[in-house]
Each structure stands twice: as C-alpha cells, then as structure tokens.
Design a protein around this ligand. Structure first.
Ligand code: FES
Length: 76
C-alpha cells in the first residue's frame, strides 16, 4: 500500500470474497478485485495479503529474500 486511497474498497472486497470463498486461488482473488482500482501498486502485495488472511501459504516477498525491484541481489 502506498497512499491508502483504495484500502477501504480492498478490505471490503476481500472480506466479501473470503466470506463467499474461504480458500480462494490467486486467480480468483485477482478476478474478485477486478473492480477495485489502485493507482499506486501492482496489486501483488494486496493479493498476497488476502491469500495469507485465508490461511494459505504465500511466497516470501522480495524484501525478505534480499532482492531489489529488478531481482538483483542487494550489495549491502
Ligand atoms: S495505494 Fe494508492 S490507490 Fe491504492
């Protein structure tokens, strides 16, 4: 999340999805979010957060595996 403008809609949509489908696939999450526009992010962390909220394992973020935006290894 960056500016947070889309957050209320994302949260309400995620709650409705998980009520309807407690274990959605990534594709189902992305399809369900289709009407919610976020101008700041690439939706990836939003989708991961919904999958995690459903109790499903999600891949570690790039930050956790020490890779930068383009997948290069950080030098520090
Ligand atoms: S975080 Fe800015 S619109 Fe989604």
């Amino acid at each position: 999340m960056q500016c947070g403008f889309c957050t209320p809609g994302m949260v309400m949509t995620a709650a409705a999805l998980l009520k309807e489908n407690p274990k959605p696939s990534e594709a189902q999450v992305r399809a369900y979010l289709e009407g919610n526009i976020c101008r700041c992010t690439g939706y990836h962390n939003i989708v991961k957060a919904i999958l995690a909220a459903s109790g499903q394992d999600v891949a570690p973020s790039r930050r956790n595996n020490q890779r930068g935006f383009f997948g290069r290894r950080r030098s520090e």
